[in-house]
Design a binder for this molecule. Structure first.
Ligand SMILES: *[C@@H]1O[C@H](CO)[C@@H](O)[C@H](O)[C@H]1NC(C)=O
Ligand SMILES: *[C@@H]1O[C@H](CO)[C@@H](O)[C@H](O)[C@H]1NC(C)=O
Ligand SMILES: *[C@@H]1O[C@H](CO)[C@@H](O)[C@H](O)[C@H]1NC(C)=O
Ligand SMILES: *[C@@H]1O[C@H](CO)[C@@H](O)[C@H](O)[C@H]1NC(C)=O
Ligand SMILES: *[C@@H]1O[C@H](CO)[C@@H](O)[C@H](O)[C@H]1NC(C)=O
Ligand SMILES: *[C@@H]1O[C@H](CO)[C@@H](O)[C@H](O)[C@H]1NC(C)=O
Length: 436
């Protein structure tokens, strides 16, 4: 967490910044941080229009400024829009960070440095109770909802931001930014929020004729040591798994990805379920883009009884397995999905049936995973697994309190930050046997 006073302390260093006109073509923009899933590390990502070195200079807050430095590399990204804009995406991994310590850094090269930012390395204790903000695809339509989220982040309300975009990504708490100038206006308007940069590019890379996972993979080396489209990481008492649901839809660009992901997922779930692992990280939380269930009125996959994501596909050779059974068998506790604008919470559900813990306390020792998702417009007659729906713009707060308790609440931006839905998920037992 970056306490408010850390940001103020930094502001007093502002005279150190060069406040002149930035050298636009080599000036870092769209700076953001993500957590690569390896304790004590953090990845800094930014863009420049021209190719430059990729360096991060950093140091502990209160220590000597920029006493450490790390180098990375840059990859060329060509916008699929008509103008075919080119830019370089730089990535530098910082390693050996002290748990829960706050660092000051800047990134770029001797041809142009970013502003100074701070971040706090994640606490690696299994008894740490991280606070998350979760958002889906709302950014393109409603950047002001993110203004609230940005402010709350700067106030130190979150340890981690989870972005459940086309592939789910984890951002460390976003670095506090001291000034917003530079050539951002040259980018698409919605990319002025740095949190969205890669996501928008991913949209472009996946949209229309440019929908090629191979391209996508090369350009966006996501956190984790695996294929980049899927990865897992641990924090506090939870094991998080990010998957790509898109592999169920874009078969022409790589049916093998669907099977590779499934095999990886199965192995990862097996590992997480080893008694010694599940004992210290009892929660298993998945994040993916397209939900298995939703009560929308469009023709999306999740509206269909035989959703591809849920049940798999029959039109492939061999048939492709879906995710519902796998998640159920390995005792996934909570599934976080995203798609478009609206918010929907489901009762615990498996096999299209509600499996409440009890009628009075459906999320206390539930008999199937619980889901929270963002989807499209609603069907006027939701099925009985639909627990709460809202079309308000907003985002979710989640706190992993301890091994038995998780708290979730939905914030409405339309209603000026009002909490419109909240639940406690309580589990005394985890894993497959907990369903019975
Ligand atoms: C940026 O790259 C362009 C095209 O390669 C080149 O013409 C220009 O001189 C470069 N600008 C800087 C500041 O390096
Ligand atoms: C990490 O979190 C645990 C549990 O809240 C706490 O006891 C510990 O002091 C924290 N570690 C650091 C380095 O702040
Ligand atoms: C997808 O991209 C890869 C690597 O860029 C390329 O080799 C392959 O031919 C592309 N596939 C299609 C179907 O466009
Ligand atoms: C696959 O095909 C079988 C036989 O036609 C059908 O019963 C089943 O529902 C199909 N499954 C999916 C996921 O479409
Ligand atoms: C699940 O619990 C909720 C909340 O008590 C209740 O409204 C709903 O009817 C229950 N569903 C089933 C199938 O028991
Ligand atoms: C976990 O957190 C809940 C909610 O704050 C609390 O009631 C419970 O006692 C905690 N359990 C342990 C073992 O600390």
């Amino acid at each position: 967490m970056v306490p408010a006073h850390a940001a103020c302390a930094l502001l007093s260093l502002a005279p150190l910044l060069v406040l002149g006109v930035p050298p636009i073509w080599t000036q870092p923009e769209q700076v953001h941080l993500s957590y690569p899933g390896v304790p004590g590390s953090m990845v800094v990502t930014w863009t420049t229009f021209n190719k430059t070195e990729s360096k991060v200079e950093y140091g502990l807050l209160g220590g000597r400024l920029f006493e450490m430095s790390a180098k990375g590399d840059a990859t060329l990204f060509v916008d699929s829009g008509v103008e075919k804009r080119k830019m370089f995406i730089h990535r530098v991994t910082l390693k050996g960070l002290k748990p829960a310590a706050t660092y000051v850094y800047h990134c770029g090269s001797d041809e142009g440095w970013s502003d100074m930012f701070t971040f706090t390395a994640l606490n690696d204790s299994t008894s740490f109770s991280p606070r998350f903000a979760l958002y889906g695809d709302l950014g393109n339509e409603n950047p002001q909802s993110l203004a609230r989220l940005q402010k709350e982040t700067q106030l130190g309300m979150y340890d981690v931001i989870l972005h459940i975009g086309l592939t789910a990504k984890v951002f460390s708490q976003h670095s506090s930014r001291m000034r917003t100038v530079g050539p951002q206006k040259m980018l698409r308007p919605q990319s002025r929020l740095s949190l969205f940069t890669e996501h928008n590019m991913v949209h472009q890379a996946l949209g229309g004729t440019a929908c090629n996972f191979s391209n996508y993979k090369n350009r966006f080396s996501m956190p984790g040591q695996t294929e980049s489209l899927w990865y897992s990481w641990n924090l506090g008492s939870a094991h998080f798994i990010s998957i790509s649901t898109e592999v169920y839809f874009y078969l022409n660009y790589g049916q093998e990805l669907l099977f590779k992901q499934y095999e990886w997922l199965k192995k990862d779930l097996e590992e997480a379920n080893k008694p010694e692992n599940r004992a210290v990280r009892p929660w298993i939380i998945t994040m993916g883009h397209r939900p298995m269930y939703c009560s929308d009125d469009d023709q999306d996959d999740c509206t269909k009884f035989d959703s591809y994501v849920r049940l798999g596909r029959n039109d492939t050779k061999p048939p492709a397995p879906g995710l519902e059974d796998l998640f159920y068998r390995y005792g996934v506790d909570l599934e976080l999905w995203a798609h478009e604008h609206t918010y929907e919470r489901l009762w615990p559900v498996y096999g299209d049936k509600v499996r409440n813990g009890s009628k009075e306390q459906p999320y206390v020792n539930p008999k199937a995973p619980g889901c929270r998702e963002r989807t499209d417009r609603f069907n006027p007659n939701p099925k009985d697994w639909s627990a709460f729906r809202s079309t308000d713009y907003g985002y979710t707060r989640m706190q992993l309190v301890n091994a038995t308790h998780i708290y979730l609440e939905q914030v409405s931006d339309d209603q000026y930050g009002k909490v419109i839905d909240s639940i406690w998920v309580v589990k005394d037992k985890h894993g497959y046997s907990a369903w019975f």
